[in-house]
Design a protein around this ligand. Structure first.
Ligand SMILES: NC(=O)C1=CN([C@@H]2O[C@H](COP(=O)(O)OP(=O)(O)OC[C@H]3O[C@@H](n4cnc5c(N)ncnc54)[C@H](OP(=O)(O)O)[C@@H]3O)[C@@H](O)[C@H]2O)C=CC1
Ligand SMILES: CC(C)(CO)C(=O)C(=O)O
Length: 313
């Protein structure tokens, strides 16, 4: 399969390298010159529990490619999805599928501005990856990928893609209940990422304080209430279990949102807490704690932006 990975960062690197190592034809679409230069010169290096692997595959901006791809996998942060999607319209043919297992909600709707809705696959992954430097990715531990069509219809291509991903060691299943998996992950991210980002605490420190624990669990409960109003049967005990597992097992982990805040970068708060608030308003479900954390993270983003531009704060 001729696969484009959009965004050669942590997750794009993990998925792209594993797919290339399993014999798929992979190309990276990127925008950052330093990343393109590093991968062009040295290949993309992935270290994981099986060792260090380097893959040498085409990499460049969208306009350096001309043939349509069979599958376009989006791995930008949510706030870059629109720019990325609109730059690659010429690489979308009548047979092209798109896939987003990015965190949060709203990416698929943005991709649908460029790729027909009936050819979009959505999903969730809890595989972890870190970007060590441009073109150098590390992934430790295991996880899974669950995918299904955005339309909810059964399409044989979804199972074929799941098989290709699984053969590449990405543990992927075609799952008609994918919205449930997506919302369970949103509840998890809304709770842990925003609380860690605002408090500056890693996952273990939040979990070791009664205040952090109850704040995170309140956010999870509000998010699950929104999912239930949307008729998505998310299990609150399962989400609580996942959060508790992270408190115990991922003690030193800094969620990406905390890493972004510390680096003065934009965060995915609009796609996570922001999306929950939007759905909550539509469904008439109050989300006071999700909203408070959203407002705090937005203020921190503004502060970082002002600091960068030499502003008053
Ligand atoms: N990391 C993880 O463990 C997990 C992440 N996710 C989700 O996966 C998604 C990707 O995350 P992650 O890999 O960590 O992010 P990264 O920031 O590591 O990678 C994103 C890459 O996309 C590049 N990019 C930005 N704009 C464009 C564009 N227009 N076209 C092509 N590439 C572009 C970025 O460049 P630049 O850096 O210069 O902006 C960067 O190299 C997010 O939604 C995240 O929430 C999901 C599960 C786990
Ligand atoms: C790795 C994980 C699951 C931790 O919260 C994540 O999704 C993130 O950091 O954004």
């Amino acid at each position: 399969m001729n696969i484009a990975i959009v965004g050669a960062g942590a997750m794009g690197g993990l998925f792209g390298a594993r797919l290339a190592l399993s014999g798929q034809q992979v190309s990276f679409i990127e925008v950052t010159p330093a990343t393109i230069a590093a991968i062009s010169s040295n290949g993309l290096s992935l270290s994981d529990d099986k060792g260090v692997h380097t893959v040498r595959v085409p990499v460049g901006t969208a306009d350096t490619f001309s043939e349509p791809f069979d599958l376009i996998v989006f791995f930008t942060k949510g706030f870059h999805t629109r720019g990325a999607a609109h730059a690659l319209g010429h690489l979308v043919g009548p047979e092209t599928w798109a896939l987003s297992v990015q965190n949060g909600l709203g990416n698929a709707e943005i991709i649908a501005e460029v790729i027909p809705r009936e050819r979009i696959i959505v999903g969730m992954t809890n595989l972890p990856a870190d970007l060590r430097s441009a073109g150098v990715v590390h992934s430790h531990g295991d996880g899974q990928v669950r995918i299904w069509t955005l339309s909810g219809q059964h399409c044989p291509e979804v199972s074929q893609i799941a098989e290709i991903f699984s053969l590449a060691g990405l543990h992927c299943s075609a799952d008609p209940q994918v919205q449930q998996a997506i919302w369970e992950k949103i509840a998890f991210n809304a709770a842990l990422n925003s609380v860690c980002a605002v408090s500056g605490c890693n996952v273990g420190t939040v979990g070791s304080s009664d205040e952090g624990r109850s704040l995170a669990l309140r956010i999870a409960a509000e998010t699950v209430a929104v999912a239930h109003a949307l008729q998505i049967p998310v299990s609150l005990p399962q989400v609580e279990q996942a959060i508790d597992h992270a408190f115990r097992m991922h003690t030193n982990h800094k969620p990406s949102m905390l890493q972004d805040i510390e680096a003065g970068r934009q965060t995915e708060i609009d796609f996570i807490n922001g999306a929950v608030i939007e759905q909550g308003i539509k469904q008439g479900v109050p989300t006071p704690t999700v909203t408070a954390l959203y407002q705090l993270v937005k203020m921190m983003e503004t502060n970082a932006r002002l600091k960068k531009s030499g502003g008053p704060i």
